[in-house]
Design a protein around this ligand. Structure first.
Ligand SMILES: [Zn+2]
Ligand SMILES: [Zn+2]
Length: 698
């Protein structure tokens, strides 16, 4: 058979049939003809476009993965399960004009006026008529049978559907973005505005323009499974739901969605980072919402940053990209400052809502009672807010009851057998659990070290412990814990949002999942239980991330007629992070942060790549790490830090060492890494993972 680049085919490999894609580029003449085998069969699926093939090659080259590893992310569906062809109806040219049809038939004709075929059921539903009306019109010869796309027939979002009214500032920003989409050229804009300023409504206008252009739009969200409120806003704007893509979808839905995207039958996709690898035939816009979120970094397999790769995907598709955040990353701000990205700012909250009033509670001066974690000023504020019938949120970015359990008699600390990590008590489930590997064990009655009876004591709070404390202080308040283990998926998230909106909840106790995208109009007090928590890690972006997270949490409070209050419990109110939050001046904080990183060539003013060596034994990990240390690249503007034991020195039973390559911004790290890795033979059982632009340093 004649195959063209992009064709998806079946090929024999080690006596099995594997899916492959015909790739571009010259034939590899070093492989003898005798070793070549013919393609077994063509797979009935649309070919991968040139833009997607180039993207796969680009990501592979940047992350030092193989093209095959990256391609596997684009083919994460079973293409061999062919969905049965379905037939629907389209309007016949012979059909009379609307004025000469019955009202029911006129409505059917109006639905089909866009030329897109629909199934009988979808047609009856959209037109608000019975099945008999559709049948009757078909019997009259005014509807013709037409093949439906193999994918699910995604409803077509209507750009003319009347959406919410925009303010003048919003309308101006929307006009700018619409023009960028209409130009059908690559460019990047940062859309920056405080929580509640209507950023989503603004970029949905760019999506609308993309639909008018007949191209597809992709919106990336960091926590798509928890984005029920975002989906509601999309439906309010366009009248229908978009196609959704994330790893928790059932296999069948993934398969049909993949095909619908490939066939152009899914005009808008909202998805997690893996949606970047969907086979859009004509991508016209890429939006990255909450662009500063570290959840966009994939840390397993091919290690890549979806925000950065989204910009590449847009460039290869001749499409604009929009990065959206209330707290933009320093990387994106540096690109704005250098003139590489445009910048649109929505300064004020929409509809006149005021920014919340943020204050710090100095825990040294006003400590909580012994064995407790809520300081008196926070308890007083909670009492006053609850008395007014308003809602309160307590934020603590720690799941479980207590992060550490130790023996009062001998000091023994309960540690994970597989990881360099403490076991976290989950009291409701009566287990100690490791949050890195999932290891769980029952809480022992005696100390496993000294056998003393009932001496194991929880140290520090998690959300469960804060919930218990709040329940004792405010027994009447109706409570809801929002953490990844209590809100496991989109249905639970939607139910929680509905209960809060209906004021069936007085007190929300949450981890970082409460920080993103929620709008709780009756919430007027946010208490941050431990504002210092995120600063403890001490890595490059600890301060930046803490400001972003706490600012997002603070943004949940308040509305037009009832401005919110935010109280930060801290041991260091003078820390620049706390000052920035209290003064509400994040821009000044980010400028300061930039000036701290610039002289040492730290990102975004320099480049980083990490090598993570892991092995079954510490000796094996050390041997390879030392070999890498000896052959480390050197030169002007190049430095290698390490090898050193990783902070998580043992993870899932694997011993880990790290090396960090740091270069000036004008030096590409990939050629250095390739030469470096080529010099070291990595023994069996030892792995070296490459993390270009690392976000986690664990
Ligand atoms: Zn003990
Ligand atoms: Zn573990």
């Amino acid at each position: 058979m004649a195959a063209a680049p992009g064709d998806i085919v079946l090929v024999p490999l080690n006596r099995r049939e594997e899916i492959g894609v015909v790739w571009d580029g010259p034939t590899d003449r070093t492989v003898p003809d005798a070793r070549l085998k013919p393609v077994s069969a063509a797979v009935d699926a649309p070919p991968l476009t040139e833009a997607l093939r180039k993207f796969v090659d680009w990501v592979a080259a940047y992350t030092l993965a193989t093209p095959g590893e990256v391609l596997a992310m684009a083919l994460r569906v079973n293409l061999l399960r062919v969905a049965p062809a379905r037939t629907g109806w389209m309007l016949a040219a012979a059909a009379p004009e609307a004025g000469r049809l019955t009202p029911a038939r006129a409505r059917i004709a109006a639905v089909l006026a866009d030329g897109r075929p629909r199934s009988a059921a979808a047609l009856a539903r959209a037109a608000g008529v019975g099945a008999a009306a559709v049948r009757g019109m078909a019997d009259a010869g005014w509807l013709l049978p037409a093949a439906l796309p193999v994918g699910p027939a995604f409803d077509w979002p209507d750009p003319a559907h009347p959406g919410p009214a925009l303010s003048q500032v919003q309308a101006a920003a929307a006009a700018h973005l619409r023009a960028a989409v209409a130009a059908q050229r690559f460019r990047v804009d940062l859309l920056d505005g405080v929580t509640g300023s209507g950023k989503t409504e603004v970029y949905l206008e760019a999506v609308a323009e993309c639909l008018r252009q007949g191209r597809q739009a992709l919106v990336l969200l960091p926590e798509i499974a928890l984005s029920s409120q975002w989906l509601e806003r999309f439906e309010r704007r366009f009248g229908v739901a978009p196609a959704v893509w994330h790893s928790d979808l059932p296999a069948r839905t993934r398969r049909t969605t993949w095909r619908a995207v490939a066939e152009g039958a899914a005009p808008v996709v909202v998805g997690a980072r893996s949606a970047l690898f969907l086979p859009f035939p004509d991508l016209g816009l890429v939006v990255v919402d909450e662009e500063h979120e570290t959840a966009f970094k994939q840390e397993d397999g091919v290690i890549y940053h979806a925000r950065d790769m989204a910009v590449v995907r847009a460039r290869l598709s001749e499409a604009p990209a929009i990065l959206v955040s209330a707290t933009p990353s320093l990387e994106t701000l540096a690109n704005v400052e250098a003139g590489r990205y445009g910048h649109l700012t929505l300064a004020a909250r929409h509809a006149g809502a005021a920014m919340p009033d943020v204050a710090a509670i100095d825990l040294r001066a006003m400590p909580p009672e012994r064995g407790r974690f809520l300081a008196p000023p926070l308890i007083e504020a909670m009492r006053a807010t609850l008395a007014q019938g308003e809602q309160v949120m307590l934020f603590l970015n720690r799941r479980g009851f207590a992060p550490l359990t130790l023996c009062r008699a001998c000091g023994h600390r309960m540690q994970c057998p597989n990881c360099t990590a403490w076991l976290v008590e989950h009291r409701a489930r009566r287990v100690l659990q490791c949050h890195h590997c999932g290891h769980a064990e029952p809480i022992p009655p005696n100390c496993p070290n000294c056998d003393a009876d009932h001496t194991l004591t929880p140290v520090g709070p998690g959300v469960e412990r804060i919930t218990d404390e709040a329940a004792e202080t405010f027994p009447e308040a109706r409570r809801l814990v929002m953490a990844s283990d209590t809100i496991p998926g989109p249905d639970a998230a939607a139910a929680a949002a509905a209960a809060i909106a209906a004021r069936e909840i007085d007190l929300i106790i949450g981890t970082q999942i409460v920080a993103k995208g929620w709008h709780f109009p009756h919430l007027t007090l946010v208490g941050v239980v431990d504002a210092d928590l995120g600063l403890a890690g001490g890595d490059l972006r600890a301060a930046e991330r803490t400001v972003q997270l706490l600012h997002q949490v603070a943004g949940r409070a308040g509305r037009a007629e009832a401005p919110g209050r935010v109280l930060l419990q801290t041991f260091s109110p003078e820390h620049p992070v706390m000052r920035a939050l209290v003064q509400g001046d994040l821009a000044a904080f980010m400028r300061r942060e930039a000036e701290e990183r610039r002289p040492g060539h730290w990102p975004p003013f320099g480049r980083l790549a990490a090598l993570i060596v892991s092995a079954d034994t510490g000796e094996a990990a050390d041997a390879t790490a030392r070999a890498l240390g000896r052959t480390a690249p050197a030169g002007e503007g190049v430095a290698v830090l390490g090898p050193a034991p990783a902070p998580l020195a043992v993870l899932r039973g694997r011993h880990r060492r790290r090396l960090l390559l740091k270069t000036r911004r004008d030096i590409a790290v990939q050629p250095l890494l390739r030469t470096w890795l080529d010099q070291v033979a990595v023994p069996r059982g030892v792995r070296v993972d490459v993390d270009v632009d690392p976000v986690s340093f664990l």
